[in-house]
Design a protein around this ligand. Structure first.
Ligand code: NDP
Length: 490
């Protein structure tokens, strides 16, 4: 265990405060949230639980910042500021990745990629700030009409625990690009990199109050932020039920929302697919980040002629997975918390009670040298019926449900047979089959012959109960600016 304590010590002093109006704040409540390393169970310190008044202070700071030095930066200088923030993050990739791994358990390699992704969001949006043009609208010779994009105001960001740093940057970079200010509430389990990012932004020159971070529980601090009448837009990533609560809170003061609410994404393998490519892709599609990814391909739909061979190869692959502490770059790290482990184990237990059996994994597991960690085996259940809980609910853990299908039409029917519509994948060498699937599947993004291939430039978001709105890419700017039309009568 002491090696994990040594690693925690090597990360340096971890933040135990919030950032409001450019100041570190320790909060007025005696109650604090203890933060744990999910790989070892060791404490990383604690953060405050912001009261309603402290959330209000943060919103007021963000509101003041809307008319301060931030508001008079020229678009070119605002773009330069975003670029500098990206560069400041880049200079700290190693430390941020280490802390992200300690905070949320993902492998160091994945944490490094997500910190680099955070850099990408700032550099991508840095380049667009001075190109946010309006339009002119023809109204005849006696009138001139033009539109411009103006900021929406203070934006609220509720960030989940599964990919904390890049989810933070995915919302903050475009909101700053559009000239807004922000208050962020990170997940209670993973607050650390949000606080550090807010400080790095100030070091890069961002004026105080432009980005504030309040820590606390979702049900009080998070709700206070979403209910605040001066928050004009809320970006939320998390579960469907909380998303509905966020939307209700936003409705109380007519704020707009971007909701990214997870999925139960189908990954289809047709009989002509190159199985050498499909096998690692299906495994990575479901087991990356221990299955704690909203767009994970958790339902494998496989055409019957290749069903037995594919499942046998996937079982071999899953059984070969090495589990361990994220800092050791294993194939798979721990789940975020004991609570999440219990939730995933509950899905497995109920599946067994319904008569399903696991052909790989299916149980919590103790990993040598990580006795306090929250590990669950990479798991596969074959012949799951499409209406089973395993095929319908977002488990957010490493469980793959296999559903055999007769042909493409049957696959499309099964693929669309959930409330969700976030992502989908297909493996086939027949481009017509791939395109028929891509057009028919109800999903915000479709991957052909390669799952999880997104980038900062590709719009991301869900259909049906997977959410509202799109993040990333140029489309991601729409949530953070509003159109003003000006008509001049001559
Ligand atoms: P939640 O949806 O409850 O939490 C996501 C974020 O919302 C966290 O920052 C949380 O804060 C905050 N929050 C919680 N309640 C409120 C509220 N009433 N008002 C405003 N903010 C709130 O997810 P859980 O962490 O409870 O995880 C449960 C399940 O949700 C997972 O098993 C998974 O299925 C799904 N999930 C999906 C994610 C995705 O990427 N789509 C991400 C995370 C979870 P706090 O952490 O302090 O409670």
């Amino acid at each position: 265990m002491s090696r994990w304590q040594d690693a925690i010590d090597a990360a340096g002093k971890l933040p135990e405060y919030m950032i409001v109006d450019g100041q570190r704040q320790s909060g007025s409540r005696a109650e604090r949230i203890e933060v744990y390393d999910p790989g070892s169970g060791l404490s990383l310190g604690s953060v405050p639980v912001a009261t309603i008044d402290e959330v209000d202070e943060a919103v007021q700071a963000a509101k003041r910042a809307l008319t301060g030095p931030w508001s008079v930066l020229s678009p070119k200088d605002r773009g330069r500021m975003l670029w500098s923030i990206g560069e400041r993050i880049r200079e700290n990739v190693e430390r941020l990745a280490l802390i992200e791994t300690l905070d949320c358990g993902k492998t160091l390699q994945d944490s490094t990629i997500t910190v680099e992704r955070a850099v990408d969001y700032f550099s991508y949006y840095a380049g667009i700030v001075d190109k946010l043009e309006g339009t002119t609208i023809p109204l005849g010779d006696s009138k001139v009409c033009f539109t411009e994009r103006v900021p929406v105001g203070v934006t609220g960001h509720i960030v989940p625990w599964n990919v904390p740093i890049s989810t933070f940057a995915r919302g903050i970079a475009p909101t700053l690009a559009c000239g807004n200010t922000a208050v962020v509430k990170p997940a209670e389990d993973t607050p650390l990199t949000a606080i550090l990012l807010a400080e790095l932004m100030q070091e890069a020159g961002l004026p105080p109050g432009v980005v504030n971070v309040v820590t606390g529980y979702g049900a009080n601090t998070g709700q206070a932020l979403t209910e605040h009448p001066e928050v004009r837009h809320i970006t939320f990533t998390g579960s469907m039920n909380t998303g509905k609560a966020v939307m209700t809170a936003a409705a109380s003061h007519v704020a707009s929302v971007t909701l990214e609410l997870g999925g139960k994404s189908p990954h289809l393998v047709l009989k002509d697919a190159d199985l050498d490519r499909a096998v690692p892709d299906v495994l990575k599609g479901v087991f990356k980040n221990a299955g704690q990814i909203c767009s994970a391909g958790t339902r494998l739909l496989v055409e019957r002629p290749v069903h037995a061979e594919l499942v046998s190869r996937l079982v071999d692959g899953a059984n070969a997975y090495v589990l361990g502490h994220g800092l050791e770059n294993p194939d798979m790290g721990p789940l975020i918390s004991a609570r999440q482990l219990q939730s995933v184990a509950g899905f497995a237990e109920r599946a067994r009670e319904r008569g399903l059996s696991f052909c790989a994994g299916g149980n919590p597991v103790t990993v040598e040298t990580c006795e306090g960690g929250n590990f669950f085996e990479p798991s596969i259940v074959d012949n799951v019926s499409s209406d089973d809980e395993l095929a319908q609910s977002e488990i957010f853990g490493p469980i793959l449900s296999v559903i055999p299908v007769n042909d493409l039409d049957h696959a499309i029917e099964v693929a669309n047979d959930t409330a969700y519509g976030l992502a989908a994948g297909v493996h086939t060498l027949d481009v017509s089959q791939a395109m028929r699937f891509a057009k028919a599947v109800e999903a915000g993004q479709v991957f052909i012959n390669g799952y999880h291939g997104g980038s900062d430039a590709v719009p991301f978001g869900g259909m049906k109960d997977s959410g509202i709105g799109r993040e990333k890419g140029l489309t991601g700017l729409d949530a953070y600016s509003q159109i003003k039309a000006v008509t001049i009568s001559m």
